[in-house]
Design a protein around this ligand. Structure first.
Ligand code: NAG
Length: 399
């Protein structure tokens, strides 16, 4: 802080003001305000949950510097000694024969190449690590973390690792899960980096690693993702189905609070984006503004916004996806769709469930009514978090 005061006094003052007004003024006032149930965003919420959601909203509203936030650094190796329940590994870039189809065509347009990226094994408490090779019949989860394509990491200290940590805790059959540190995207005021399909190619690389290097049978893999990671999980399965010469698709798919329509084509006064604005963790945006515009701009790179609205890989549930949405999910594996009933992108998950059902995909939808965005990651979001993780773990155990 002293350094910050010296070099960026304005910023330091803002941060001090922000923190003191939050702790000394706002928190006590909010606490009193939320005592009657009628003032809480949801009547079932405890005062503690109301306060946590309010504080997260406040933090999202901070005047942060995108210049710092969206700066993508090159990955470095993390020594095992700094990891408690995990192992770091490098994932090789996908070979030429796996770099194909429509995704390859877009990659040529946006100038994206396969890359070597990090991954982490997360190991069940009490389980022995006996090397990476899969045991006969062993199951695992490939987790793709959220963070609007430009934030977050697969590092096990990050909040989203608590999703798979929870699954390991409640499942009888899982001994370890795998998380991929895909490339994050950025754009002005930062150097533009990693537009679509960089992150998708990295999830293909992680899947290839599990199948070809480690020896998991595709049918024993659950491809999972939360938020933007849910979008990537669906895109990965689509990639495998559209390119039958690549690798067989996974046994199952799991999405949690997935962000499936980057163009917000369903936006209306009745949509969840508006209706759930008071109950979700995100700060309220002016009407008509896209969610995470920075992310969408970074991701599309040199392509027109039209692509974001119409492309099945970027916005698979967009109302304007072309060619028409019919049959878009044909052949998808059994899918478990989790969302929070109080979250703003709830409609994305509802649309996915409907579209999958009409394409005869076996789909389970699990939507606790008063839960916020990405609640399976938040250990303060009980009992919904544990309840949903238990149900998913059971579903994996019956695979
Ligand atoms: C993950 O869960 C543990 C156990 O509940 C908790 O102590 C930790 O703070 C969580 N991590 C994050 C980053 O939220």
């Amino acid at each position: 802080m002293a350094k910050l005061l010296e070099y960026q006094p304005l910023k330091a003052c803002y941060l001090i003001y922000f923190a003191t007004s939050l702790i000394l003024v706002k928190l006590p006032l909010w606490t009193i305000y939320y005592i009657p149930r009628s003032t809480r965003p949801r009547r079932s919420w405890t005062v503690k949950r109301c306060l946590i959601v309010r504080v997260i909203k406040e933090l999202f509203g901070m005047k942060v510097d995108l210049k710092l936030e969206g700066t993508q650094t090159l990955p470095t190796e993390v020594p095992d000694t700094s990891l408690v329940d995990a192992k770091f590994i490098w994932i090789d870039p996908i070979p030429d024969e796996l770099f194909c189809g429509e995704v390859h065509r877009i990659a040529e347009m946006t100038g994206v190449q396969p890359a070597r990226i990090p991954g982490y094994w997360l190991i069940k408490k009490g389980s022995q690590w006996s090397g990476p090779k899969a045991k006969p019949g062993e199951k695992t989860v490939l987790h793709i973390h959220g963070g609007a394509f430009y934030l977050g990491t697969a590092n096990p200290s990050h909040v989203t690792a608590n999703i798979t940590r929870g699954l390991l805790m409640h499942s009888q059959s899982l001994e370890r899960t795998f998380a991929v540190d895909y490339r994050l995207t950025s754009s002005a005021p930062n150097p533009p980096a990693n537009p679509f399909p960089a992150a998708l190619l990295d999830t293909v690389a992680a899947y290839r690693y599990l199948v070809q290097d480690i020896g998991f049978e595709p049918r024993n893999i659950v491809v999972a993702g939360d938020s933007a990671g849910g979008n990537l999980a669906v895109a990965l399965v689509r990639y495998l189905l559209e390119n039958p010469s690549s690798l067989p698709p996974p046994g199952r798919l799991l999405t949690m609070s997935g962000w499936f329509d980057l163009s917000m084509s369903r936006h209306s006064p009745q949509s969840s984006a508006v209706r759930n604005a008071p109950t979700d963790i995100f700060n309220i945006l002016p009407p008509g503004k896209l969610f995470a515009e920075y992310a969408v701009t970074s991701l599309r790179g040199p392509m027109d916004f039209e692509v974001v609205k119409t492309h099945r890989y970027l916005s698979p549930v967009s109302l304007e996806v072309k060619p028409a949405a019919e049959g878009l999910f044909k052949g998808f594996p059994e899918t478990y769709v989790v969302a929070g009933g109080a979250e703003r992108i709830l409609d994305d998950s509802l649309a996915l469930v409907e579209m999958m059902k009409s394409d005869a995909v076996q789909v389970i939808s699990d939507i606790p009514p008063d839960a916020v965005h990405d609640f399976p990651a938040f250990t303060w979001h009980e009992p919904e978090r544990t309840e949903v993780l238990r149900r998913i773990a059971q579903w994996i155990d019956t695979m």
